[in-house]
Ligand binder design. Structure first.
Ligand SMILES: [Fe+2]
Length: 303
């Protein structure tokens, strides 16, 4: 017996400040997403952290602590009562620079910072600031692949690169790779997509879109449990396209205004009375057996 619950009915605020999301169908006790995991199965429960848009190398207003914000976030992650199974960085690790040498210096510095995380595994992907000027060459030299998959406790994670092509596309080759990765997967497999730009037209006028996202979504749409975590827009944002849930994370450098809320996409000013306001990172409790993702938004706090 499978109980189908509209996802919108399922979105609720948890009592302790987290937000619970279930993507696609929520299964009852007699059926569960594939991967051998069943509801209540501790082996299928884990948590991971998402950090995004560090823009290492950015200087000047609005963030007077541009070199201190990332270390503060890393210290906060290291201070979690239970270490995450892994940490993901959803792009824009560095701020763009025309100088290829400086780009590599910034990436090496970020790599050193990331090395201070007390976690076994870190998954990285570029943003357009890292990769658009050299089609991901420096990123691949320093960090490795820009698109890949990994599996964790029954969840299939897909890292998509929608930034190395300066035309803001995923591109034919990667879409072919995605199609073959998905081709013989069961329709009820829990899938998480990690990427930088949104996979829907959030606000294309501000480059808040991926031009061929609809082709990726068409490949993902047949699956019952797909959730996308992304960055790029420097603010928390949640949206459904069909039964796919999309969640944008905050930035670690400066917040940006809500989509289309003002004529220009200019950073929100620093507020000395509330330093680090609008910056943050995310802790995600995952229950693969039920395709639940409980999102805890964590602030960056001063020293
Ligand atoms: Fe970006």
């Amino acid at each position: 017996m499978e109980q189908q619950i509209d996802r919108r009915d399922f979105l609720r605020l948890a009592g302790y400040g987290g937000v619970v999301f279930a993507s696609g169908l929520v299964t009852g006790g007699c059926a569960s997403p594939s991967g051998g995991a069943r509801a209540g199965d501790a082996a299928a429960e884990f948590h991971f952290v998402q950090l995004s848009d560090l823009h290492w190398g950015f200087e000047g207003p609005p963030n007077p602590d541009a070199r201190g914000t990332l270390p503060k976030a890393i210290a906060a992650v290291n201070g979690l009562a239970q270490a995450p199974d892994f940490v993901v960085f959803t792009g824009d690790l560095t701020h763009t620079t025309d100088d290829p040498k400086e780009r590599r210096v910034r990436m090496a510095q970020v790599r050193d910072q990331i090395g201070k995380l007390n976690v076994k595994t870190v998954h990285l992907m570029p943003g357009e600031h890292d990769a658009a000027l050299d089609r991901g060459e420096a990123f691949q030299e320093v960090f490795g692949k820009t698109h890949y998959t990994f599996d964790h406790k029954g969840v299939h994670f897909i890292v998509l690169d929608n930034v190395s092509d300066p035309g803001a596309v995923i591109g034919d080759e990667q879409l072919g790779w995605l199609a073959s990765d998905l081709s013989d997967r069961p329709r009820n497999a829990p899938i998480v997509v990690l990427t930088h730009r949104p996979l829907f037209d959030l606000y294309p006028q501000w480059d808040w879109a991926t031009r061929d996202a609809s082709r990726a979504i068409a490949l993902l749409e047949p699956f019952e449990h797909v959730t996308v975590f992304y960055g790029h827009i420097h603010q928390e944002h949640h949206q459904m396209t069909g039964r796919i849930a999309h969640h944008a994370a905050k930035s670690l450098i400066f917040p940006l205004p809500p989509p289309g809320s003002q004529p220009k996409r200019t950073p929100i000013a620093w507020d000395a009375a509330a330093p680090y306001r609008g910056l943050g990172w995310r802790d995600i409790e995952a229950d693969a057996a039920r395709a639940y993702y409980e999102l805890q938004e964590r602030p960056v706090q001063g020293a």
